[in-house]
Write a protein that binds this ligand. Structure first.
Ligand code: ADP
Ligand code: MG
Length: 635
C-alpha cells in the first residue's frame, strides 16, 4: 500500500559488510597467517592457513639483512643462515621487549653493547650489515611478509589482525609485539594468548565451564598453560615451561647419538658436514613420527658411517627431555591448585607434539587422549583468525570470544522513548557495530542522537551517556533518509558514536567513556533490574512500538488528506476521519492490542484512497507526454 509505508527507526537490518581479518602466529621458530573464509553468512566460514606462492604454510621466523636492508626472509634466510650468521636473525622473539639485563644468554646474537652502562634497560640491538636492528623490527618484517601474502590471497587491504603472544609475555613484550605490527602497517585488533587461540581453534570457548591444559612444544621452547573457561571467558590460571627446550634439542640428541655410533667427535667434522648432519637428524626425527626406524649416515673425506635409528632408541634419547616437560606440567597444576583429574581437555600445540612419545606421556599424565585433530603447527594461527573474524565484526555477537567485555549494553534512543541496543553487554572489546536508522517525519532535516547504557527497554530506565545532533539532512519523505549510526568501543573501553546520512554525507560524532563513574555495584543493580523487569519491559516496548506506528500512520494519512482530499466523497472522508480519530484516541491509552486493531482498520479504510492517489499521480505524470513517449518507456 504505497500511501502508508512507514519505516520504523531501529528496524532496518544490520548492514553486513565482510571485512578482511587475519590471525598471525608470530612464532619463535615459525610464523603463520590464517583467515576465515567469507562464506556470506553471519555465522562465519572456516579458518584456513594462507600459503605462500610455493604452497608452504610456514614462514620460518628468520630474517637476513644486507647493506640495503632485508635481503632474505623465511626459508631463504634460513638457507643462508650458516653462511651469513651475523646478518641472519633467528629466534629473535626471545629478545622482544627485552633489555640486556633480562637476557642471560645472547650468544647467538651479535649484540650492540651500549656505550653507557645505564643503557642496560634499553631494548637490545643487534649489529647487522643494515645497521642496528631490534627484535621488534625483525618481527615487523615477518609480519609484513605474512600480511602481503594475506593481502594477495584475500584480494585487498587487511582491515585488522589478531596476533598471538605467549601467555607469559609481560607488558613490555606485548607492547613490542604491538609496535612491530604498527611498523608493519597492521591494524591490531588484539593480541591474544597463544594457548587461548589454540583453545578457540577447537571451539572450546563455546564449551561448558572447565579447565583446559595447553601443551605447546615448538622448535626451541616449551610452554604449558592452564586455562579456566568460565562463561566463554578464558583466564590463564598458571603458565610454566622451559624457554630453552624444544624440538631442536631432539635433533641435537640424534646428532650426539650418531657421532657416538660413528665413534667421532663434532670437531672431526667440517662446519658444513656438521650442519648437514643436523638437517639429516631433524629429518630423521620427523620421519620417526610415522615410521618405526630410519637410516642415517655421515659422509666426509675421512669418515663414512651409516646406521639405523629405531623409534625405540630415539625414545630413549629424548626420554629425559620429555620427562622435563611432564614435570613442568605437574608444577603448573600445583600452581593452579589443581590435579590432573580436574582437567577436561588437553590441547597439543607445536610441531614437536607430533612425536609419539610426547603424546603418550601427556596422555598418561592427564589420563586422556589429547586433542590433536587440528594441525599442531597451525592451531594457534587458526584460533587467532577466528578471533580476528569476530573482532572485525564479521560474526554475530554471540560468536564473540569474551575476553574484556562491555559490562552494560550501549544503544540509542528511538521513537517512543525506546532504547535500541547497538552493542550488547558482554561483547568483547574493541568492538564496532553499525546500524541504520531513518527519519520519522516527512521533511525531517535533523536527528537527535541520544546515547544510552543499560539493559532496560525504556530510555527512562537507562543511563544517559551523551546527546548530539545530526543536522543538514536533505528534506525527504519519512523513511527515505538512510542514517548510519556507528558505535565503536576501543580496547580501552572508550566509546565513539558517529552518525552519517548516507545520501548527503553529513555526519556528526561524539566520544564518551561509558563505564565512567559506574561502580561494580551500580552495574549489578542495573543488570538485576533488567531481569526483574523483563516482562514489564516487553509489554512497555510493545506498547511504545504500537504508539509510534499509530502516530506515524495518522500523520501520513493527514498529509495525504491535505494533498488529495478532493479524491474522496464526503461519506468516504467521514469513515477515514472516524478510523483516524479512533487510532489517535487509543494511542493515548495502554492497550497495545486495541491500538494494533485500530491501526489495521485505518489501513483497510484508506485502501481505496491510496489506489486513487496512485492512479492520479500516474495521470499527472502522463500529462503532456505522447503515447509514443510512454511506449518508449522514457518516463
Ligand atoms: P615454534 O612454536 O617454536 O615456532 P613449531 O611449533 O613450528 O615451532 O615447531 C617446530 C618444531 O616442530 C621443529 O623442531 C620441528 O622439527 C618439529 N616438527 C615438525 N614436524 C614434526 C614431525 N612430524 N615430527 C616431529 N617433530 C616435528
Ligand atoms: Mg609456536
Amino acid at each position: 500500500m504505497a500511501l502508508l509505508q512507514i519505516s520504523e527507526p531501529g528496524q532496518s537490518p544490520l548492514p553486513h559488510q565482510f571485512k578482511r581479518a587475519i590471525g598471525i602466529d608470530l612464532g619463535t621458530t615459525n610464523s603463520l597467517v590464517a583467515a576465515v573464509a567469507n562464506d556470506g553468512t553471519a555465522a562465519g566460514g572456516i579458518a584456513n592457513v594462507i600459503k605462500d606462492a610455493e604452497g608452504r604454510a610456514i614462514l620460518p621466523s628468520v630474517v637476513n639483512y644486507g647493506t640495503s636492508g632485508v635481503q632474505h626472509i623465511g626459508y631463504q634466510a634460513q638457507a643462508i643462515a650458516a653462511d651469513d650468521p651475523h646478518n641472519t636473525l633467528a629466534s629473535f622473539k626471545r629478545l622482544m621487549g627485552r633489555g640486556l639485563k633480562d637476557i642471560s644468554d645472547t650468544s647467538q646474537f651479535k649484540i650492540v653493547t651500549p656505550s653507557d652502562a645505564s643503557d642496560k634497560n634499553d631494548v637490545i640491538r643487534i649489529a647487522t650489515a643494515a645497521g642496528e636492528i631490534t627484535a621488534m623490527q625483525a618481527s615487523a618484517e615477518i609480519l609484513k611478509n605474512l600480511t602481503a601474502r594475506a593481502t594477495d590471497a584475500l584480494g585487498g587491504a587487511i582491515d585488522g589482525a589478531v596476533i598471538t603472544v605467549p601467555a607469559y609475555f609481560d607488558d613490555a613484550q606485548r607492547q613490542a609485539t604491538k609496535d612491530a605490527a604498527t611498523l608493519a602497517g597492521l591494524n591490531v585488533l588484539r593480541l591474544i594468548n597463544e594457548p587461548t587461540a589454540a583453545a578457540v581453534a577447537y571451539g572450546l570457548d563455546k564449551a561448558d565451564d572447565r579447565h583446559i591444559v595447553v601443551y605447546d612444544l615448538g622448535g626451541g621452547t616449551f610452554d604449558v598453560s592452564i586455562l579456566q573457561l568460565s562463561e566463554g571467558v578464558f583466564e590463564v590460571l598458571a603458565t610454566g615451561g622451559d624457554s630453552a627446550l624444544g624440538g631442536d634439542d631432539f635433533d641435537l640428541a640424534i646428532v650426539a647419538w650418531a657421532l657416538s655410533q660413528a665413534e667421532i667427535t663434532q670437531a672431526e667434522l667440517s662446519a658444513q658436514n656438521y650442519r648437514r648432519l643436523l638437517v639429516d637428524a631433524r629429518n630423521a626425527k620427523q620421519s620417526l613420527t610415522d615410521n618405526a626406524s630410519v637410516g642415517l649416515s655421515i659422509q666426509s673425506s675421512t669418515i663414512s658411517w651409516a646406521g639405523e635409528l629405531t623409534r625405540d632408541v630415539f625414545n630413549q634419547l629424548i626420554d629425559s627431555l620429555v620427562t622435563t616437560t611432564i614435570a613442568a606440567c605437574k608444577a603448573s597444576l600445583d600452581d593452579a591448585d589443581l590435579t590432573a583429574s580436574d582437567i577436561a581437555d588437553v590441547v597439543l600445540v607445536g610441531g614437536s607434539t607430533r612425536v609419539p612419545l610426547v603424546r603418550e606421556r601427556v596422555a598418561a599424565l592427564f589420563q586422556q587422549t589429547p586433542k590433536t585433530d587440528v594441525d599442531p603447527d597451525q592451531v594457534v594461527a587458526l584460533g587467532a583468525a577466528i578471533q580476528a573474524d569476530s573482532l572485525v565484526g564479521n560474526r554475530s555477537n554471540s560468536d564473540l570470544l569474551l575476553l574484556d567485555v562491555i559490562p552494560l549494553s550501549l544503544g540509542i534512543e528511538t521513537m517512543g522513548g525506546l532504547v535500541e541496543k547497538i552493542i550488547h553487554r558482554n561483547t568483547s572489546i574493541p568492538s564496532s557495530r553499525a546500524q541504520e536508522f531513518t527519519t520519522y517525519k516527512d521533511g525531517q532535516t535533523a536527528l537527535a542522537v541520544h546515547v544510552l547504557q543499560g539493559e532496560r527497554d525504556l530510555v527512562s530506565d537507562c543511563r544517559s551517556l551523551a546527546r548530539f545532533e545530526l543536522r543538514g539532512i536533505l528534506p525527504m519523505v519519512a523513511g527515505a533518509a538512510r542514517i548510519e549510526v556507528v558505535f565503536n568501543v576501543d580496547a580501552d573501553g572508550i566509546l565513539d558514536v558517529s552518525a552519517k546520512e548516507t545520501a548527503t554525507g553529513v555526519s556528526a560524532n561524539v566520544q564518551v567513556k561509558p563505564s565512567y563513574g559506574l561502580g561494580e555495584s551500580e552495574i549489578t543493580e542495573m543488570l538485576k533490574a533488567s531481569y526483574t523487569h523483563a516482562g514489564e519491559d516487553r509489554d512497555a516496548r510493545m506498547l511504545a512500538e504500537q504508539r509510534v506506528e499509530a502516530e506515524g500512520l495518522v500523520e501520513a494519512v493527514k498529509m495525504a488528506l491535505e494533498q488529495d482530499g478532493e479524491l474522496l466523497s464526503d461519506d468516504e472522508r467521514k469513515v477515514i476521519d472516524a478510523a483516524m480519530g479512533k487510532v489517535s484516541e487509543l494511542a493515548l491509552l495502554s492497550d497495545s492490542q486495541a491500538i494494533a486493531d485500530a491501526v489495521a482498520e485505518l489501513g483497510r479504510v484508506t485502501d481505496t484512497f491510496a489506489t486513487r492517489r496512485m492512479d492520479q499521480s500516474i495521470r499527472t505524470a502522463l500529462q503532456g507526454k505522447s503515447i509514443d513517449d510512454v511506449a518508449d518507456g522514457s518516463l
